[in-house]
Design a protein around this ligand. Structure first.
Ligand SMILES: Cc1ncc(COP(=O)(O)O)c(C=O)c1O
Length: 397
């Protein structure tokens, strides 16, 4: 097994001029093992969160062999990296071509929908297939989530019972799915959603074979300390058990953020300081989109490449990214030693989810392809003391 480097030794030897993207395989290991051993159902991974092939392979190795995909491109990617993986096409509005290719070329049989029109499209493009697993997505309140997905997707409670009835006769397996919103901060969100699903099942009077509670499981950020993950699972298990017929139903979840957030960091360089504003070389058009308008505060750590120890006292800073747009601003506060200066590096953590994957090439600041694999612990963790039985084989740095 190859020994992984530490972030500080990497930075000191490479002195990178561009943002350096970091990957911690150990963090994926811990999160995946936690889900696999505590969630009493099937765990899928939401590929959009971070589609890096090394992550897909690692999750597969750890027993997460089913993937929630949202586009033809994601289907192609997972199929290429893991030809045996089970794909669930869980975007409720798909192009006809995507449905056709997914079914006929990539063997996808699991599709979600939230309207009769989409059901019709799926049936037409699969030539009225009789081997489909279909999931009706419910619109549910996203009250406890930092990022709301409720307005865009889902059938209302009124529509859902009828849609379940219409879908039943076309599905080998019929499921209900929902999303409580991303970075969900309270287990009650799942309780409420599962109760709503139970009500729709009762009203529909048809047999439902699966409940997919979606993603939304939180990670941990400064100022956003969620309850322990066990509480989310306990709420789900309890409410699921109350559904009539649940013993014959499959319980599923499709987390993204909670599985991979801790595995990624970006190392940025301070290009200039103006008082409490730091001009850095990555920003909201790069891997720090969520630090902009969604206003996530990511954990930070100073890495000083020159001799001389940074001061211990920390004060709040805001960041500006490298592009010419004033929206390329990250308010923070990001607490760093008060003598931060040009040439210092900063590790920005918890960026394994919705980090580099959201980066654009705007203004010519494209994210580099390489990921540096490191052994460091994440800056913050939901999963202390969890790891797989066997040390993971490190495939490549
Ligand atoms: C259908 C679906 N499933 C799962 C996820 C993953 O959500 P999260 O990263 O909040 O766990 C998303 C995120 O948008 C989604 O749209």
């Amino acid at each position: 097994m190859e020994k992984l480097q530490s972030i500080s030794s990497l930075v000191l030897s490479a002195r990178p001029d561009n943002p350096l993207h970091i990957f911690r395989p150990g963090a994926v290991d811990k999160a995946a093992c936690f889900f696999q051993s505590h969630f009493q159902g099937k765990v899928l991974y939401a590929v959009k969160t971070n589609p890096e092939p090394c992550i897909l392979k690692q999750l597969y190795q750890l027993g997460i062999t089913s993937f929630d995909v949202a586009s033809l491109e994601e289907i192609r990617l997972v199929h290429e990296v893991l030809p045996q993986a089970h794909l669930h096409f869980m975007h409720t509005i798909k192009s006809r071509r995507a449905i056709r290719e997914a079914y006929h070329e990539y063997g996808v049989r699991d599709f979600s929908l939230d309207s009769k029109e989409e059901l019709q499209k799926i049936l037409e493009e699969t030539n009225q297939a009789n081997d489909l697993n279909l999931y009706v997505r419910l619109a549910i309140p996203n009250t406890y989530a930092e990022l709301n997905l409720a307005d865009k997707f889902g059938a209302t409670l009124k529509e859902a019972a009828e849609l379940l009835r219409a879908t039943r006769s076309h599905a080998v397996s019929l499921g209900i799915c929902f999303h409580v919103g991303s970075q969900c901060m309270h287990p009650d969100a799942y309780r409420i959603a599962i109760r709503m699903a139970a009500k729709v099942i009762r009203e529909s009077k048809v047999k439902v074979d699966a409940l997919d509670v979606g993603g939304g499981f939180p990670s941990i950020y400064p100022g956003m300390m969620p309850p322990e993950m066990d509480h989310f699972f306990a709420a789900i298990h309890e409410e699921f058990a109350k559904i009539r017929g649940s013993k014959e139903m499959t319980l599923m979840c499709e987390p993204g953020r909670a599985l991979v957030a801790e595995s990624g960091s970006v190392i940025v360089k301070v290009e200039l300081r103006k008082g409490d504003r730091l001009y850095i070389n990555d920003g909201t058009y790069g891997s720090l989109f969520d630090a902009g308008t969604p206003h996530f505060i990511f954990p930070v750590k100073l890495i000083r490449p020159e001799s001389g120890v940074a001061q211990k006292e920390v004060i709040p800073f805001s960041f500006f990214g490298p592009t010419c747009d004033t929206l390329d601003f990250m308010k923070g506060p990001f607490y760093l030693p008060e003598d931060v200066r040009e040439g210092d590096y900063i590790e920005v953590g918890q960026l394994g989810a919705y980090g580099r994957t959201l980066a654009t090439r705007f203004n010519g600041f494209a994210a580099e392809n390489d990921l540096a694999w490191v052994s460091d612990a994440p800056l913050m963790t939901m999963y202390s003391g969890v790891h797989s039985q066997e040390p993971l084989e490190v495939i490549a740095a």
